[in-house]
Design a protein around this ligand. Structure first.
Ligand code: PMT
Length: 401
């Protein structure tokens, strides 16, 4: 399955760097083309000559090498791969990735790539458990960075605990898993809505809600990771663009509808956006002034994007998935919503303040379809997205059209 794939392997400087040689050999045995970048520290642990000999390619280690830049260029280097693997990934490189730094070729390539990234961390056990490292890992995971390891055991410095680089066969298995899953939605087109909408009152003020876009963006990333050609239509959020998805930014519900209709036809539509149900009928063209009287806002109903997508006749996506944001009688209201809007599945979630769902990192879903209700345990929004994407792939039948 791996034959013909292209992997960009970034080797950073830790004692475990020697294992990258075995990884390269195993990948080459499987017919994978391996191009390597080494950090300056990595060259203290393994020689570029060994890496070049095993990968049968030149090794890239300098950001400002005129020869390398004229032959390849770091942007091209970062894009000409199916997967970027960082093994070993030191605490230092993880911190630089999380901060978005571009201070050497490895870090620059990682911030310039539009390809999926798999990290295999290796470090001392105290460094691993340090809150800074853990915060960096959480941030990287929220951006869709995949991870294998570390393992627990005796470390090179004599201490025991988590921090050992995953074994080459385990990294290879993670790469295998990535490519096995990555094709499940190949050839499918997906549309995802995410975030809030902003409905103007005047040029300065708007009506909005508490959606952060975390759940919708994670779903777009998960569908793209399974190979779907994914369009994300997003209201204003601070979330980074999901890797692999085309992002269309809008502000209002009406703009969201136009962008969604422009993305059709699609096989899958997932409406995770918290679209404002109403907008101000006639927003003021100039800032409304305080003049001693209370302004009266006259509202009108917004188009229901989920309902429209569910009833677009021949252009109807094969699977339309909505969300139901409820504060009471969650499942009953979601069942009613599914019937009223005509979508296939609805993912009900509790958005009462105590749940922390709006803006939080975790969610608890009740999936309602025509057969009943499936209660999912509480999990991260990323896990919700991955579980949903996998369920969608199973539903559509992997590989069939
Ligand atoms: O963004 P986060 O902070 O991560 O939070 C995630 C979330 C709580 C926003 C998300 O999980 C969620 O529940 N999204 C749906 C929010 C919502 O507006 O729910 P609703 O019950 O009001 O609407 C039902 C469905 O109709 C939703 O799929 C919604 O996208 C859709 N809708 C609603 C109104 C409208 N005018 N057009 C729509 O498409």
């Amino acid at each position: 399955m791996l034959a013909g794939k292209r992997i960009l392997l970034i080797i950073s400087g830790g004692i475990a760097a020697y294992k990258s040689l075995e990884l390269i050999r195993r990948l080459r045995d499987r017919g994978v083309s391996v191009r390597c970048i080494m950090t300056a520290a990595a060259t203290n642990f393994v020689t570029p000559l060994s890496v070049a000999a095993l990968s049968e390619d030149k090794v890239y280690d300098e950001l400002w090498s005129l020869t390398d830049e004229s032959e390849m260029g770091h942007i091209r280097l970062s894009r000409e791969a199916d997967l970027v693997v960082v093994a070993p990934a030191t605490a230092d490189l993880l911190a630089r990735m999380a901060a978005g730094m571009a201070d050497d070729l490895a870090a620059t390539t990682l911030i310039a790539t539009d390809k999926p990234v798999l990290i295999a961390p290796a470090m001392n056990v105290v460094m691993w458990h340090h809150p800074a490292t853990q915060a960096n890992l959480t941030l990287l995971a929220s951006r869709g960075i995949l991870r294998v390891g570390p393992n627990a055991g005796k470390l090179a410095d004599g201490e025991e605990g988590l921090g050992r680089l995953a074994e080459p066969h385990e990294i290879l298995a993670a790469i295998d898993d990535f490519f096995a899953g990555s094709g499940l939605l190949k050839g499918r087109r997906a549309l995802v809505t995410s975030g809030p909408t902003h409905e103007p009152i005047d040029p300065v003020r708007y009506i909005a809600n508490r959606s952060s876009g975390k759940q919708g963006h994670a779903i777009a990333a998960a569908l793209a990771a399974l190979g779907a050609e994914t369009t994300l239509v997003s209201g204003p959020t601070h979330e980074p663009d999901p890797p692999g998805a085309r992002v269309v930014r809008i502000e209002t519900a009406q703009e969201m509808l136009v962008a969604c209709e422009a993305a059709l036809p699609v096989d899958i539509a997932v409406c995770a956006a918290a679209v404002a149900d109403w907008r101000v009928a006639s927003p003021a063209t100039q800032k409304v002034k305080k003049d001693g009287r209370l302004p009266v806002l006259s509202l009108t109903e917004n188009p229901d994007i989920l309902a429209r997508l569910s009833t677009t006749g021949a252009a109807r996506p094969r699977l339309v998935v909505g969300f139901a944001a409820e504060t009471e009688e969650i499942v009953r209201h979601a069942q009613e919503k599914r019937r009223r809007k005509g979508c296939d599945w609805i993912l009900a979630n509790d958005v009462s303040p105590a749940s922390g769902t709006f803006g939080g990192d975790s969610n608890r879903i009740h999936l309602v379809d025509d057969t009943g209700v499936e209660d999912w345990p509480a999990m991260s929004k990323r896990e919700v997205a991955e579980r949903l994407a996998k369920r969608i792939a199973d539903h559509l039948g992997a590989g069939t059209t």
